[in-house]
Structure formats: structure tokens, C-alpha cells
Design a protein around this ligand. Structure first.
Ligand code: IVH
Length: 696
């Protein structure tokens, strides 16, 4: 039985994690049957970790979540010299410095990669995570251990606890070689497919170095990551029990001493300098812009950081970005190409969106064939016509845009573009309402494009997050007539035989999908609301509504009552901070539409959204608990945070002991954070504290 368990577990791993099974489904089933039979014969020997006791596909869950001790923030952008000057002036004003006071900055290339957070405890690398949403990322420790640039140990003296941040990237040359390998592997796979042979794992072709680095880091098998040529430039500090330096340049020196790769182009600069010796930010920006094409890796700008850490601490943060740093981006790259035709896509709300299909052109590091045209008015304003030669622009990750037409005066030019007034997907009328710039299909539920797009949204990562329901599968199921509404997703298992028979599905993969669906029958209310795809109800608004109304039942009753303008329910809706009149109208209209209510009822027969937590004094995570704040909070003053905790029934104390329940760590937290880690007291980031305290 032990041997069988080990064997099956290994096959599960190959199947779910590596997408590379080495035995047939029938052989796998035989192993499982044998194990089940033995377990039935010897119930006393049944092990809790037996694969027969597990929902299959659990291993495919991916990475564990990992909370950053200090949030990983982003940077404000500058695009022109005036933005930079304003940034420096703001610093001088904030610190009450004279206008003539020169400011020392460190300029660092802004690496176009993926930021990661490395946690060191007593000099040992213990955990590494992706940035995620800034508060919480994915635990990719095993993958980061494969990078030579991640030291396992830091030489003494080093702080008891420190988070080190940096950018994982792939050199351009390594990327080209890697892409060539992947292309060859894909060609080989296609050939096998043509010969009807077993295919093996899927092969993806990365579009740029950043994408290649991201894909490589997110491998469930660190063995694959190990084969990828990844590097890491370290540049920042997160939580630290003790800050080992007083300047940013000192910090970079420390990182080097500890064995990290630090970008050699990092340069001290002086803004407002009168001596002619040091380079100014303006000169540096221009120089790096010129050197950019010859660098070994891709950069998309320069990050300027104020050198003095005491000043950084005083400046703090606004929103999600520090006041003491700025990312000055290089201008977008442009290229010229021909517009072959204009294509119309229909979105989940019926919006008709025009897209340019162009002759392939290399711009901003990638070859592009499509660009956004925004909307009907934009096409008319720029008078863009099929067959025109156009200037295309691409900045960073942004979708390419058409800047202008360059040969508008040519004699053989075609007629102006006529935007369709019928939906290309279902033939219904497409109309523009009031002052809406968007033309929408009026087909509603009969429009296949809207149905598929709605389903895609419903199962997407930020909504119900159903793994294994890709676009292709949704389209297939929709075309087969098995899937027309979100509720039907939860009835797919009644068509098991039909699905298993589909090419590329099979028994295991179909079961895996059913398991993934079954696991989502109790979605958090906010996700459920976002998934409904109500216009103007994005993730943020869904959260606000969930927090306010707590349950789908209550929300629905209130929305129906809110139909009457001036009613108490309507006033209540309008009083929610962040919900304006346009959003309120959209919501009320959604809940007034009979076919929406029908769809909702059908869905609620299948799923039960989890109510949002109600936070009231007496029954909240802090009631009766001992709390210590340490470090500087960024979004709350210390008084406000303490007052809030006390209002929730917590006792706020000054020192950490075994009796402490929570330690909330702000920026630059010192020994208390270390002590908390030592005693195993739950440590909360400011973001976590806000969430738990109902401050959002
Ligand atoms: S410092 C609080 N330095 O840019 C400051 N970021 O827009 C945190 N990045 O998420 C960032 N090179 O992924 C910093 N030399 C550099 C960087 C850099 C690239 C990325 C990083 C961050 C994003 C912010």
C-alpha cells in the first residue's frame, strides 16, 4: 500500500503539476483500483494522505500564498523633465529645504522584469515570493533557490530579519536563445501531433524577456526554472529588524557585500548642483536613453531615489508610491506600418470594439500585428481608413496604439471607415445610447459573443477562478449547446460522458475540471458580485457592496427597494463611499431586469456565496486581544490606528511579550518586529491590520 501510494502520488504530480503524464489513464485507474481494494480489505491501514482520500487536482492549486511583512509598493511615473523638476520641488517643500539646497539621488535603470521579495532570518534565506497584489504574493522559494544570484546565506553582521527586493529578468541574448529552443520544441510537438503521437507537455513561446522571466519563475517544477537563464538585480529593502546603513548608496554597497548582483550603472547624481562635475538627472536620463539599445537587458526608464534614508523615512508614502522616488520612463517607441483592415470585437457587455490588423512590425521589443483603435469617434477623429500607412506606438506593457495616418493625401485612398450598425456576432442592431462613445449590441443573451465573454469573465481568476475553463473550452461547450449561462457551469458534470469523449479532454482532465468547479460553489460575496458582470461594478465596487450589504439576499432586497428614487434604500446605496449615482443606477437597473433575476435565481440554485464578514465590536478579530504597533504606519497616524483598535475592543500595549496577540508592523520597524518573530506572535502588515479592522 505504501508503494502504491508513492507511485500514484508521483503520477498525480506528473499529471497535475507538470502536465506530463507518463502512464495512460487506464493504467492509472488500475493502480487506484488496486489501492482501494487493499484499503477496503485492511481499513485499519488506511492512511489520511492516501490519494483515494483526496480530491484529485489538489496539487494543481499552484503556489502557496505568501504575505509580505512590508507591502511591496509601486512608483509614480515621470515622462518629461518638468515632471522630474516638480518631483524634486515637492521633496524640498515637504522637508522645508531651501530651493537652492541640492538633492542627492541615486539613479538606477528600471529593469523590465518581475519584482520579488526575499526574506532572510538570521542571515539565512527562508522565503521568496512574487510581488502579487503588493500585500501578498506567491511563495516561489524553491524556484528562487535555483538562481545563482540569490545568496543562501548573508555574511555577518546582518539584521535578524530583513526583506530584500529585486528584479528577476532574462538577458536579451538568453531570451533569444530560449525562444529559439521553445520554437523548435513547438515545431517538434506539431510534427508529433500530425503523426498522431503522444504530445507531452504544452509549449509556450514567450513574447519578450519579461514574459519569459515570469513564465520561468512560475513553474511548479523548480527543475524547469533551474534550466532557465534567470538573473536578479537587488535594489530595495522591505521590512528590516535593523537598518544597516543611512544612505541608499550605502545600502547598495551592503547588498554587494552580501553577495547580491547590483546594477553597475547605478549612479549618484545631484539635482540643482552648481558644480559642473556631477551629472544631473536630465543628463543621465538622456545618456541612458542613448545607451539603452546596447544594454544586455531591457529597461524601460530610470528610477531616481533620494539618497538619504532619514529623508526617505520622513517623506513616506502617498497611496501606493513613495514620495522619495520616481520612475522616469523613456518615451514610447514608434514604428510605421500598413493597416490591413479594421476588425470589430464584441465584449461581454455587448460593446463593439474596433481593432487594427496590421502588417507585422517590430516595436518596443516585440513584433505586433494588432493595435487598439479605442472607439468609433477615435477612428473618425484620426480619419483612419483600411489600407492607410500609420504610425504605431507602444509603451511598456501597454497595448499598441495608432498615433496617426501618414499618407492621408494619397490619390487612391479608400472611403472613410463606416462603423457597423449591426453586431458582427449576432446581427442584432448595435446602438449608441445618449452620450455613450461606445456602440453596443442589443442582442443580450442571444448574442454568442456576449455569452462567451460573460462566461469567460465569470470563471476568470479574479472572479470565480475556475481552473481549466479556458476560452477554447468555453467556446467548445457553448457551440455544443452545453453551456449558455453561468448556472450551467455547475451542471456540466451531468454531461460527463460527452465531455470525456472530446478530443484532448479525457477522463482525468474532465474530472479535474469538475473538481475545480465543485470547489467554487461558495465564492466570497465580492467575487460573486464582480463575476455577475454588471456594468460599472468592477472589483473595487463589488468589494464595497459586499462589505455594506453582507449577503446576496440582503443586497437583492435592497436593490429592489432602491428602484424608487428618494426611497430609504436608494439613499442608503448613495451613501456608500465610492458608489456614485451612475453606479447606483446601473445596479438598480440590473436588479430590475427580469432576465437578470432569472439568471441570478438559476445561479443561486447552484452556488451559495459566502457572506461578507460583519465587523462589530465584540465579535471581531481584535476584541479582547493585546496589540502592539511598531514602526511608522503609512496610511494612518499612530493615534488613529490605536483608537481604531481600542474601539474594536483591543488592548494596545507598548512592548511585545508572550501575552501579545498581534504586532502590527509599519515601515522601519525595529526590535519589536524581530521579537515578535522570535516569540511566534502573529505579525500583521498595515494592510492586513486595515482589512481586519474594517478600514479596507
Ligand atoms: S524600487 C518603493 N528600483 O518597478 C520602491 N523598482 O514601478 C520600490 N523596478 O515593482 C521599487 N527596477 O518591479 C525599484 N531599480 C529599481 C527597479 C524597480 C525595476 C520595478 C519594480 C517595481 C516597479 C515599480
Amino acid at each position: 500500500m505504501t508503494r502504491l501510494i508513492a507511485e500514484i502520488t508521483e503520477h498525480d504530480r506528473r499529471y497535475y503539476e507538470q502536465d506530463a503524464p507518463s502512464i495512460s489513464d487506464a493504467e492509472y485507474d488500475a493502480l487506484m483500483r488496486r489501492l482501494r481494494a487493499l484499503e477496503a480489505e485492511h481499513p485499519a491501514l488506511l492512511r489520511a494522505d492516501s490519494p483515494t482520500q483526496k480530491v484529485s487536482g489538489q496539487a494543481a492549486e499552484g503556489f502557496a500564498k505568501s504575505r509580505h511583512l512590508a507591502p511591496m509598493l509601486s512608483l509614480d511615473n515621470a515622462f518629461a523633465e518638468s515632471d522630474f523638476t516638480e518631483f524634486a520641488a515637492r521633496i524640498r517643500r515637504f522637508l522645508s529645504l531651501a530651493e537652492t539646497e541640492p538633492l542627492d539621488f541615486i539613479a538606477e535603470p528600471k529593469i523590465d522584469g518581475l519584482s520579488v521579495n526575499l526574506l532572510y532570518e538570521h542571515g539565512r534565506f527562508v522565503k521568496g515570493a512574487t510581488r502579487g497584489d503588493g500585500a501578498e504574493g506567491e511563495d516561489i522559494t524553491a524556484n528562487l533557490l535555483t538562481l545563482a544570484d540569490v545568496p543562501r546565506e548573508l555574511p555577518a553582521p546582518c539584521p535578524a530579519l530583513i526583506e530584500i527586493r529585486g528584479e528577476v529578468f532574462m538577458d536579451r541574448a538568453d531570451f533569444e536563445a530560449f525562444r529559439a529552443t521553445q520554437e523548435a520544441a513547438l515545431a517538434e510537438r506539431e510534427a508529433r501531433k500530425a503523426r498522431g503521437e503522444k504530445l507531452g507537455p504544452a509549449v509556450t513561446i514567450p513574447v519578450n524577456p519579461r514574459n519569459a522571466a515570469a513564465g520561468s519563475l512560475r513553474q511548479l517544477d523548480p527543475g524547469i526554472t533551474a534550466q532557465r537563464p534567470l538573473k536578479l538585480f537587488a535594489y530595495a529593502m522591505g521590512e528590516a529588524s535593523e537598518v544597516p546603513t543611512t544612505t541608499h548608496h550605502g545600502w547598495l554597497e551592503t547588498l554587494k557585500r552580501w553577495g547580491f548582483r547590483v546594477n553597475p550603472l547605478s549612479t549618484p547624481l545631484r539635482e540643482g548642483a552648481t558644480d559642473l562635475l556631477s551629472e544631473t538627472p536630465v543628463a543621465f536620463q538622456a545618456r541612458l536613453g542613448r545607451e539603452r539599445p546596447s544594454l544586455a537587458y531591457e529597461i524601460d526608464g530610470v528610477v531616481y531615489k533620494l539618497d538619504r534614508l532619514d529623508w526617505q523615512a520622513r517623506l513616506g508614502f502617498v497611496g501606493r508610491a513613495p514620495r522619495w522616488a520616481i520612475a522616469w520612463k523613456f518615451p514610447a517607441e514608434q514604428a510605421r506600418t500598413r493597416l490591413l483592415r479594421i476588425e470589430i470585437q464584441v465584449g461581454r457587455t455587448g460593446a463593439l470594439t474596433p481593432r487594427a490588423v496590421m502588417e507585422p512590425v517590430f516595436v518596443g521589443g516585440v513584433t505586433v500585428t494588432h493595435a487598439t483603435l479605442h472607439n468609433e469617434d477615435e477612428i473618425a477623429r484620426k480619419d483612419i481608413r483600411e489600407g492607410d500607412t500609420i504610425i504605431l506606438q507602444r509603451a511598456g506593457d501597454v497595448i499598441p496604439q495608432v498615433v496617426e495616418v501618414v499618407d492621408a493625401g494619397r490619390p487612391d485612398r479608400g472611403p472613410p471607415y463606416a462603423f457597423p450598425t449591426l453586431c458582427p456576432a449576432c446581427g442584432s442592431h448595435a446602438v449608441r445610447e445618449n452620450d455613450d462613445v461606445v456602440r453596443r449590441c442589443t442582442g443580450g443573451l442571444i448574442c454568442p459573443a456576449q455569452t462567451v465573454e460573460r462566461l469567460r469573465h465569470f470563471v476568470s481568476r479574479r472572479c470565480l477562478d475556475i481552473e481549466g475553463m479556458g476560452e477554447e473550452r468555453i467556446e467548445t461547450l457553448h457551440a455544443m449547446g452545453l453551456l449558455g449561462s453561468p448556472a450551467e457551469i455547475f451542471r456540466l458534470h451531468t454531461h460527463a460522458t460527452q465531455l470525456e469523449a472530446l478530443e484532448g479532454w479525457g477522463r482525468l482532465s474532465t474530472q479535474k475540471l469538475f473538481d475545480a468547479i465543485a470547489a467554487r460553489r461558495n465564492p466570497p460575496l465580492e467575487r460573486f458580485l464582480f463575476a455577475l458582470g454588471i456594468r460599472r461594478i468592477g472589483e473595487q465596487n463589488a468589494k464595497l457592496l459586499a462589505r455594506h450589504y453582507h449577503s446576496i439576499g440582503a443586497l437583492r432586497v435592497k436593490m429592489e427597494a432602491a428602484r424608487i428614487i428618494g426611497s430609504e434604500a436608494r439613499e442608503e446605496l448613495g451613501s456608500i463611499q465610492g458608489i456614485g449615482p451612475a453606479i447606483a443606477t446601473e445596479l438598480v437597473e440590473f436588479f430590475a431586469e427580469p432576465h437578470n433575476l432569472e439568471a441570478l435565481d438559476a445561479l443561486l440554485a447552484e452556488v451559495t456565496p459566502e457572506d461578507a464578514a460583519v465587523i462589530e465590536a465584540g465579535e471581531n478579530p481584535f476584541a479582547g486581544k493585546a496589540l502592539v504597533f511598531t514602526g511608522t504606519l503609512e496610511t494612518l497616524s499612530r493615534q488613529e490606528a490605536e483608537a481604531r483598535a481600542e474601539a474594536l475592543g483591543a488592548k494596545v500595549t507598548k512592548s511585545v511579550s508572550k501575552k501579545t496577540d498581534f504586532v502590527v508592523v509599519g515601515a522601519d520597524a525595529g526590535s519589536k518586529a524581530a521579537k515578535a518573530a522570535e516569540l511566534g506572535v502573529t505579525v500583521l502588515s498595515e494592510i492586513q491590520f486595515r482589512e481586519m479592522a474594517g478600514l479596507g
